[in-house]
Design a protein around this ligand. Structure first.
Ligand SMILES: [Zn+2]
Length: 506
């Protein structure tokens, strides 16, 4: 299987359909981006359409990197072909791309010409283009497109016959567009195979599929496996009407199916964001691969599978590892009433706060209830519940004061069921001393775990510094997790102990 040949049409098909077509400087910038992506060919424009387009084609042709095919569009008329040659003939591998329809409908109702006449014009245009561009550059190429090829089912034999003559006239590439996507993928592939089998083997078969019914990627991917190795694609699927075949989708679909794709896939995401801005065409939420929602999970079942496989190349509910296309965000986990404990756990954990899965289980019904009214909850709203339910546990205990009174002695003041108690305790540091004081007051507890987390200020508001997490051993050897936040690290420890006690003494 030959490697796919990515023929980018962002600057031609994409540009011509923009509400505000790009200026030369913008085209130059995009051309550089196409270089970074490492596409094999760029159709730089339609030189005969305007002076501005001619100049842009000329400038971009000068910028071509080694091995890049620079192509320019020309109708099957001599003046268009002349201006295409003038604009890009000096590049390393120039290609004139000329086209004419051979579809019965289009020949009859749009051109109002007989098929034989159209065939003759097409053959002569290719002959003329080949003769003239080869004079300048022996490596130059000519591409011929059968506009509305997808509509050529009834006269396919005539089309094949004409294409044989067009190849003899010098065409190196035969491009077969599914122009308005009237033909379903499987039927279109049959047509492509028919053409391919009838032409000499060294002729490159190309596809140019529009996305009018949303099947362009499918047709292009399957067309490749049927032997059409040149794939005409547009970044972000820009182009007339519903756009052209989406570059990223085709590249990734081929990659996922074991094809050695000669483009820098890791540049796709960044480039798509830039193109969206420059084209002023937003990427819709659900756009495959690059959409903001493309890697988001909301249902509990999906979130669970996604998280269990998040470090694997092959994810339970995603087509790629985001880094394949240079996306650095992980699979986004949103919380709605459809979500579960895994989402609560992940969201709080990702926000930088320690939480256990048991705590997440405790929080889930509370968060769900809020979400049933509000819809998707942001991290802030989930953290609010976390603070309220995990950190501010109300119970029988209330910390009043905790002071160093000399040496390793501390004085602890607290209320138990409203009754004030003051006791002293000593030990190796404040945590130890506090537990000792509590023991002296009749509340003996063993510490089994202790950790302090530094919290950044912007998370907690000015001055916040530490979260203490302690585990006390319960009466039945169960673990009671206490947490607290304070600017003062010693006080954070003591508050964490009270937080744990309040879970026992309610
Ligand atoms: Zn097109």
């Amino acid at each position: 299987m030959k490697q796919p040949f990515f023929y980018d049409i962002t600057l031609r098909d994409g540009n011509q359909s923009l509400k505000k077509p790009w200026q030369l400087s913008e085209k130059q910038f995009i051309f550089e981006k196409l270089h970074e992506l490492n596409v094999q060919a760029v159709e730089v424009g339609f030189p005969a359409s305007s002076h501005m387009d001619f100049e842009a084609c000329k400038t971009l042709a000068d910028m071509a990197w080694d091995n890049l095919v620079v192509s320019a569009l020309a109708r099957a008329v001599k003046s268009d072909i002349d201006s295409a040659i003038k604009a890009i003939g000096h590049s390393k591998i120039p290609r004139v791309h000329t086209f004419l329809t051979l579809s019965p409908f289009h020949m009859k109702y749009v051109l109002n010409k007989k098929p034989d006449y159209c065939a003759k014009v097409a053959i002569e245009a290719v002959e003329y283009a080949t003769k003239n561009i080869k004079k300048i550059n022996k490596d130059a190429q000519v591409q011929f497109s059968v506009e509305h090829f997808g509509d050529c089912i009834e006269n396919i034999d005539f089309v094949v016959d004409t294409l044989k003559k067009i190849v003899k006239a010098g065409a190196y590439v035969i491009n077969l567009p599914n122009t308005v996507e009237r033909t379903r993928p499987a039927t279109f592939i049959n047509l492509i195979e028919k053409v391919k089998n009838a032409l000499p083997e060294d002729v490159i078969i190309s596809m140019h599929n529009h996305n009018d019914l949303g099947m362009a990627t499918a047709t292009t991917v399957e067309g490749y496996f049927a032997g059409a190795i040149q794939l005409e694609c547009c970044l972000n699927g820009l182009g007339e009407r519903a756009g052209n075949t989406d570059f990223a989708q085709v590249a990734v679909a081929l990659h996922n199916n074991g094809v050695d794709v000669p483009v820098n896939l890791e540049k796709i995401y960044e480039t798509s964001m830039i193109i969206s801005q420059m084209a002023k065409v937003q990427i819709y939420e659900k756009a495959p691969l690059i959409g903001p929602e493309a890697l988001a999970h909301r249902s509990g079942i999906h979130q669970d599978g996604a998280i269990k496989t998040k470090d694997m190349d092959f994810g339970a509910y995603r087509p790629i590892k985001p880094s394949l296309i240079g996306r650095d965000d992980d699979e986004k986990i949103g919380f709605t009433s459809q979500s579960g404990k895994t989402a609560v756990f992940e969201i709080i954990n990702n926000a930088g706060y320690p939480i256990t899965i048991e705590e997440a289980v405790r929080l889930t019904p509370i968060v769900k209830e809020i979400s049933e009214k509000k819809g998707e909850l942001g991290t802030d709203e989930i953290l609010k519940v976390y603070f309220r339910e995990i950190l501010d546990v109300k119970g029988a205990f209330e910390l009043v004061s905790f002071k160093l009174v000399g040496g390793d002695k501390f004085k602890l003041g607290f209320k138990f069921n409203g009754e004030l108690k003051e006791v002293e305790g000593s030990g190796n540091g404040p945590l130890d001393a506090c537990l000792d004081a509590l023991k002296n007051a009749g509340f003996s507890r063993k510490l089994s775990f202790y950790k302090q987390y530094a919290l950044d200020e912007d998370k907690m508001g000015a001055g916040a510094s530490a979260m203490s997490v302690i585990h006390l051993v319960g009466k039945n050897n169960e673990e009671i997790i206490g947490r607290a936040i304070d600017q003062n690290t010693a006080r954070a420890n003591v508050k964490a102990i009270f937080n744990a006690l309040n879970q026992v003494y309610k």
